[in-house]
Design a protein around this ligand. Sequence first.
Ligand SMILES: Cc1cc2nc3c(=O)[nH]c(=O)nc-3n(C[C@H](O)[C@H](O)[C@H](O)COP(=O)(O)OP(=O)(O)OC[C@H]3O[C@@H](n4cnc5c(N)ncnc54)[C@H](O)[C@@H]3O)c2cc1C
Length: 447
Amino acid sequence: MTHELHIVGGGMAGSEAAWQAANMGIQVVLHEMRPKVKTFAHRTGNLGEMVCSNSFRSDDDEQNAVGLLHWEMREAGGLIISTAHKHRLPAGGALAVDRDPFSESITDALTSHGNIRISHEEITELPTDGHWILATGPLTSETLGAAIQAETGADRLAFFDAIAPIVYAESINMDVAWLQSRYDKGETEEEQKAYINCPMTKDQYEAFIDALLAADKTEFHEGETAKYFDGCLPIEVMAERGRETLRHGPMKPVGLTNPHNPEQKAYAVVQLRRDNALGTLYNIVGFQTKMKYGAQASVFKMIPGLENASFARLGGIHRNTFINSPTLLDDQMRLKSRPNIRFAGQVTGVEGYVESASMGLVAGRLAAAEILGRDLPTVPQDTAHGALLHHISGGAEAKTFQPMNVNFGLFRPLDGLKGGRRGRKDRYKGYTDRAKACWQEWLASQA
Ligand SMILES: Cc1cc2nc3c(=O)[nH]c(=O)nc-3n(C[C@H](O)[C@H](O)[C@H](O)COP(=O)(O)OP(=O)(O)OC[C@H]3O[C@@H](n4cnc5c(N)ncnc54)[C@H](O)[C@@H]3O)c2cc1C
């Protein structure tokens, strides 16, 4: 039997899987199609490239499930998490990362590892023999996607996350707009003034809705269906559902008083929220969109206060390819119909950099153990890794399966600890304590 492991995709999951397996003595070939074949979101040919935000989210390993994943990955010698810490930027309790040095470090570590060979090529077929992990992410290349679809027989599910546009703060007209949080919520003045508000009269609102409905939209590719998270609908889709929908959604005018004109109640209000620590960028809240770029610029400039807006980023849509893991994968992350192939990362239906890397970590270890003929105990369900893995490989409702972030709702309840808000702190601490003990035990069993 060959001791070689092939991993397709050198993103968060594939990079971590390669690192884990190589450290267990396995010869790894990491197939990455970039830079030869590009995606619309990646900019470089680096391994472990962060495609959008530079945040690994909360680093709190006692009260937060993502922070717990960080902790578990650190304990397991994770490459992604240790490199993230090495290139950490100040961001309060979050783990924000200097993205280019981060992906350069990942690339260096994998390229210089004695057990890893990088092969820059697109894999277009499902391999028939050998040990493989497919970690091709939300932007799995089309040809490979079609091959997966042909094998699984299940429809490849595609939906679109819609990105809200970002405006340079200095280009917002503060003679029209004003700073205020709804109902002045917040302890500090900064919090009470966390949003920039742009007021609309009835005529302005009606004209805006007309423009929104008439604007050019991005067409969906043939065979794709627009499946949105209901909480994340593009604004033009909301407008299509009824002219008043936006006024009762992201543009509701309640809890706000315009200091430029306190007597006149706005008919609708567009809110912008700070997008960076410096306060130089603001995103338009709830304004995810699939309007074409040219249309966006003219439609958004109809918003009073944004007449001269400069956009740091316009809204967009992106594809997210993922398989129906609960029906297709076993608890070792193997494709039931072809057990020589494992899946890892976002393509399994987890969501986010951290979750994807963590599923790579587990897949790498599981594959390596199998190649070495070792019996690896099942990943304990009471760990953050185990809770996620359990969810995608059977815990989730297959019919309605959608990508999932790690959260304490995936954890089994703890005996003797109160539910509800009051008991939450103790409960979360209980989950994380239990998870840490189980994870250490699982790691020790492989030492
Ligand atoms: C536009 C966009 C914005 C996002 N923003 C965020 C965000 O802000 N925060 C967040 O946590 N998550 C975000 N995500 C999700 C994010 O992509 C994942 O969290 C994470 O990158 C997934 O890791 P992965 O390893 O599964 O996939 P990726 O990191 O995408 O890695 C997959 C790799 O596989 C390669 N590949 C694909 N097909 C083939 C093939 N056939 N042959 C060889 N190589 C192939 C790709 O080039 C890529 O390098 C975003 C996704 C998209 C598309």
